[in-house]
Design a protein around this ligand. Sequence first.
Ligand code: SF4
Length: 345
Amino acid sequence: MEKPFIIPIFIPQEGCPHRCVFCNQSSITGLHQHIPNSDEIFSLVNENLKFKRPNRNKTQIAFFGGNFLGLKKDHVRYLLSTTDQFVRSGKVDSIRFSTRPDTINIERLRMIEKYSVSTIEIGAQSMDDQVLEKSNRCHTALDTQKATQLLKDRNYEIGIQIMVGLPDDNERKAIDTAYKVSRLSPDFVRIYPTIVLSNSLLGKWYQNGKYQPLPLHQCVSIVKKIYLLFKSCNIPVVRMGLQPTTELNQKGTILAGPYHPAFGHLVYSAIYLDKIISILESDGPVLDEVFISVHPRNISRVRGIKNQNFDILTRRYNLKLIKLFSNDDLPENSITVNDKQALIP
Ligand code: SF4
């Protein structure tokens, strides 16, 4: 899936009927609740367009961080008609936004059909009603199913966002959520670990012992399984982990939880480690020297962060040597370990 050039316009927690337990958009984006005026939109979009490389095939203006279809009708119309001008002038290809599943209904979809919206992301978070209730989402898994169908009927490109480690969630429920989302056949998904943010209800629950976040390694392991499930269904995973921002990295913003600025990299590295182990163990006793070749783009995934994968392999098999070769003749999704070639899922 070719990545579009995205111009984000944040509308932190605008249009939200209430606050979900894990949410504090202000600390993620550094912005306060605010609908940008047309001057702000024009300067933001024009500023961002300067960074667009000529070879990017698609440019989209994206409304993130709030519940777009939950905004007042006037605000929805005003934001779409303002940004639509960039589409009509040919500077931008289309508009996208994220929204809660329970705000996707026929009336709202009729309202937006005359604008150049091509992509809608549904904040599903979980397909387990108990998890949704505990997270104060106030919608059900059925709302996500119905919303997806309404968007499919109108040929929107559909993204579904899910979270791992919400209150009452566990590995079984998280994988079941991924399975149910895969049955909806979205065009892409995003997977976010649940992080404990300051000034969120989850933050209070964490401080008084009512909520315990997933440890990083466990979260990576669950997200890896979910990623592989989506891969096996040919559903692109366009993001794993929160986008690192200056605000997020500020001391005191994150109270606890499986945050890592390169979370997706950790997941890919874990997939490479599993593959290397399965190749090594597929054919009798493991020799004490290992030779690995991959495409140059995947060298860091094979090594893992701070060479973690090599450390694990060395300890596990008492290795004397691991030699890693970069080979751009190899396909990007393949790896060779001691002359045995395999595909990376
Ligand atoms: S998670 Fe989404 S719907 Fe919930 S409060 Fe935050 S922005 Fe609003």
